[in-house]
Design a protein around this ligand. Structure first.
Ligand code: ADP
Ligand code: MG
Length: 280
């Protein structure tokens, strides 16, 4: 097995798509787990009130648990909300709780309401004794203040795209919003990665959509594609990632491949292993 290039600086990746059910959470937890298994220290921040990422990582997120809600709207630091995962010793999670459902409204009246996650995350990363290589932020299916906080906190956006007819239609709205964030709130933000998910190679439609997305975003779309897989969809009901649930399944292997590509391409979507070696 090859040693994966570890990033010199923490890569903060927001996983976003305002459509629900396209594989954001599945991609967040399984990529994070894959990178942890390749030797990286990885933090998952669950910004969806549903708490599906927390569930898949085996992390408690009952209402009384200290969560990202208390970081965004209370006095808690990320360190106070941080939990280990059952998935891997290199993988940690800041859970969400149901309280986050009210946060979109509660954030509106706060000072620096778009910067709260960024500030908390930067403080945490600067003070932490552990060096994190990756932070993945799982977004809710909306473009409200929680998602804006995730975009402002990140350097990179990863967009999972389900290979179906309307995939591209919703995308222009997402891209427009990312441009607004770049212009007004976070000029450093880049769409580094697009991952085709729930791919069914037997259908012409999947192939057509994949071809179209690749033509539009030749630099960003990963070669690795995540197939539609029952093992991937079963894993969360056992509180597991696909790697813990069935590490030899094609779904697990596909996420390992995607993780390897992300590690090798570096933060800006270009191949950068030489540069990483030079900097190490
Ligand atoms: P989102 O976070 O964008 O709402 P999810 O990651 O929760 O989407 O995925 C939506 C549903 O699709 C879930 O039930 C999940 O288990 C299932 N799913 C995601 N990826 C796959 C896949 N590659 N194969 C089969 N089912 C998948
Ligand atoms: Mg989700």
């Amino acid at each position: 097995e090859t040693v994966s290039p570890l990033p010199v600086q923490t890569r903060i990746v927001t996983v976003s798509n305002q459509k629900g059910g396209v594989g954001k959470t599945t991609t967040t937890v399984n990529l994070a787990s894959a990178l942890a298994r390749r030797g990286a220290n990885v933090l998952v921040v669950d910004m969806d009130p549903q708490g599906n990422a927390s569930t898949a990582l085996g992390v408690p997120h009952r209402p009384e648990v200290t969560s990202i809600y208390d970081v965004l709207l209370g006095d808690d630091d990320i360190e106070d909300a941080l939990q280990p995962t059952t998935d891997h010793e290199n993988l940690w999670c800041v859970p969400s709780t149901i309280h986050l459902a009210g946060a979109e409204i509660e954030l509106v009246s706060l000072v620096a309401r778009e910067q709260r996650l960024r500030t908390a995350l930067q403080q945490f990363l600067a003070a932490s004794e552990r060096r994190y290589h990756y932070v993945f932020i799982d977004c809710p299916p909306s473009l409200g203040l929680l998602t804006v906080n995730a975009f402002v906190a990140a350097d990179e956006v990863l967009i999972p795209i389900q290979c179906e007819y309307y995939a591209l239609e919703g995308l222009s709205q997402l891209l427009g919003n990312i441009q607004l964030i770049q212009k007004h709130l976070n000029p450093e933000l880049a769409i580094s990665t697009i991952l085709l998910t729930m791919y069914d190679a037997r259908t012409n439609l999947a192939q057509e959509v994949a071809g179209e997305v690749r033509a539009h975003f030749p630099e960003q779309v990963l070669d690795a594609v995540i197939p539609r897989s029952v093992r991937i969809s079963e894993a969360p009901s056992y509180g597991q990632t696909v790697h813990a649930y069935d590490g030899a399944s094609i779904g697990a292997l596909a996420y390992l491949e995607a993780a390897a590509e992300i590690a090798e391409r570096g933060a800006r979507g270009e191949a950068a292993p030489e540069r990483n070696e030079a900097a190490a």
